[in-house]
Ligand binder design. Structure first.
Ligand code: ADP
Ligand code: MG
Length: 281
């Protein structure tokens, strides 16, 4: 065990709890302030040295600040549902490489200002993965904003008619990661395509975009109703990008079918097993 260090007498003035709490509050060390007695008792129980005790107090303070920051960032991100990457069934979706998702979850692509496109038919987990990656990005310290393509476009167009486009562009350009979900479900009017282009240019090489779409990149000309705008948008999105194309059928349908198959095999078991006690349920 490290030897205990004696505190120089000059530093030990008679402890006045109120003054101490006020100092901790002024330094915004609120976790230490709120739990000082408990933390010190714990440090004594573990026989920590002074240096270890200071480190322990700092650790608790950082843990509280991190938890607060994450809570606040999760609120600001406006995720439409709670989904974690840990809840994603990679075995059910061989088109998605678990290692690649793990790497993306570190947030390095955000630090590099790269974009990520998740493409595929409905129900294959594009929104699930984008929420999971968004949460991972927040844990890694990035700011995130989630929006559906329809809401994003509606807000930009509305802001434009009110002469507030710059403010709105700033709002969507600010977060380090902007998640735009479900591009292509509805056709985009030429005006809307234009403001979307503004936003993507504004974020280009400064912030990341995670975009999900049920349409292949080759169909984007039709989505935007204008192949030139589509090409210009794609040009910026694809410049530094990761594209994951998910194939296969909807996860929910697959689950239902699997449940159906299980029921069917159980019925076969029961009808072919002579002793009902022997049936595994
Ligand atoms: P998409 O956005 O591609 O239409 P969603 O992400 O909304 O699909 O997925 C539909 C539902 O199925 C969600 O509840 C999601 O959590 C679930 N889901 C989809 N794929 C998987 C998977 N591979 N593992 C676990 N849940 C999944
Ligand atoms: Mg979706």
């Amino acid at each position: 065990m490290t030897p205990r260090t004696a505190i120089p007498a000059a530093l030990v003035s008679p402890p006045d709890p109120a003054t101490l709490y006020a100092m901790l509050a002024r330094l915004k060390l609120t976790a230490i302030r709120d739990q000082l007695d408990t933390l010190l008792a714990e440090a004594a129980r573990r026989e920590l040295t002074l240096v270890e005790t200071v480190a322990y107090l700092c650790e608790r303070e950082i843990a509280r600040k991190d938890a607060r920051r994450i809570d606040m960032a999760l609120g600001l991100a406006r995720f439409p549902m709670v989904r974690e990457l840990s809840g994603y069934d990679f075995a059910a979706q061989p088109a998605v490489d678990k290692q690649q998702i793990k790497e993306l979850a570190t947030g390095r692509f955000i630090a590099n200002g790269e974009s990520l496109l998740l493409l595929g038919p409905p129900g294959v987990g594009k929104t699930h993965l984008s929420v999971g990656l968004g949460r991972a990005a927040i844990t890694a310290g990035y700011t995130v904003l989630f929006t559906s393509a329809t809401t994003l476009i509606a807000q930009l167009v509305k802001a434009q008619t009110q002469g507030l486009l710059d403010e709105k562009l700033l709002h969507f350009a600010k977060p380090k990661l902007l998640i735009i979900d479900e591009l292509g479900y509805l056709p985009i009017e030429p005006d809307a395509a234009h403001v979307l282009f503004h936003l993507i240019s504004r974020r280009y090489e400064r912030g990341s975009i995670l975009l999900t779409s049920n349409r292949a990149v080759s169909e984007w000309g039709a989505v935007f109703g204008d192949p030139v705008v589509a090409t210009t948008i794609l040009d910026r999105l694809l410049h530094h990008s990761h594209v994951i194309t998910i194939r296969g059928e909807s996860y929910r349908l697959k689950e239902k079918r699997r449940a159906g198959l299980l029921t069917a095999s159980k019925q076969i078991d029961q009808s072919t097993t002579l002793s009902p006690q022997g049936v595994n349920s």
